[in-house]
Write a protein that binds this ligand. Structure first.
Ligand code: GLN
Length: 282
């Protein structure tokens, strides 16, 4: 079959996901979208078989990023597998804001719950003077993150720590995190693509979805964030006020909620200003 016919066939078979047709064909054939038009060719039987397999998996609900094994984030390619959350466009809001805040400063950055590493690696790539550490609770997740760091040519450290059990080592100027923030009860009622394919551990934020924000603001940051350090969280669209309150109740000031491109609350940023009183009584 010639590529132009194949494109319309694949689109038809993908139904509501028709926009993914070119992505799939390019992945299998190695042809770019320009090649489809400028250098069209016959598609080999083996390529057809691979494309059909992908369509079958896709139509049963598996996210295309897991099928192909990679995705794009901040214009960079990230390897993904079912151990890690698929990087979301929403998360680019967090990266863009923290990157513009850091600029060329020489700062130590900790990405808590790094997953694919998309946040910390983007920061390392865009803010050349930072020293970035990627933290997660599992070595196999950290291996994915490390592979992505290599893929994107950045030097980062990795740190194995379950922050619910222990406080990580080190001192940092910036803590950035997109922690699991969905209420436990909501997870299984989510769009089934998310709940049946993505790791529950990457989504479950406890009974009210706020467990990780509390743990980081109340316990972790106190020990590892430098005075005047910055904390930047991704949040659910309805968590702006609650997460701001958690931070204000601790030693954070300049608490700011930032919206994403769809006008939803998406990021909370604050500065760590430990008071003399609290440092004396700690
Ligand atoms: N930091 C990763 C991301 O933003 C993983 C987040 C998570 O697992 N909750 O995609």
């Amino acid at each position: 079959m010639v590529v132009s016919r194949l494109r319309s066939e694949v689109r038809k078979q993908l139904g509501e996901n028709e926009h993914e047709a070119d992505w799939i064909i390019s992945h299998v054939t190695g042809m770019s979208q320009a090649d489809f038009v400028l250098h069209p060719r016959e598609i080999a039987d083996e390529e057809m078989r691979q494309i059909e397999d992908i369509i079958t998996r896709r139509n049963s609900g598996e996210p295309l990023q897991y099928i192909l094994g990679h995705t794009e984030f901040m214009g960079m390619t990230f390897k993904v597998n079912d151990l890690v959350l698929i990087p979301r466009q929403d998360t680019e809001t967090l990266v863009e804001n923290i990157v513009s805040k850091i600029g060329k400063k020489k700062l130590k950055v900790l990405d808590i719950g790094t997953g694919s590493g998309c946040i910390g690696i983007s920061i390392a790539k865009l803010c050349k003077n930072t020293e970035v550490t990627l933290l997660d609770y599992s070595d196999s997740i950290l291996a994915v993150a490390k592979e992505n760091a290599d893929l994107n040519g950045v030097n980062v450290k990795t740190l194995h720590c379950d922050i619910l059990e222990a406080v990580p080592e080190g001192q940092y100027d910036v803590i950035v995190s997109n922690p699991p923030y969905i209420e436990t009860d909501t997870i299984f009622s989510l769009d089934n693509i998310v709940s049946s394919y993505e790791p529950v551990e990457a989504l479950d934020g406890g009974f009210d979805g706020l467990m990780f924000y509390r743990r980081i603001a109340e316990e972790v940051a106190k020990d590892i964030l430098n005075e005047n350090g910055i904390i930047a969280f991704e949040i659910g669209y309805n968590q702006g006020e609650e997460v701001s309150d958690i931070l204000r109740e601790e030693d954070f000031s300049n608490v700011r909620v930032i919206k994403d491109s769809c006008d939803n609350d998406r990021v909370v940023m604050a500065r760590f200003k430990p008071s003399l009183f609290s440092s004396l009584t700690d």
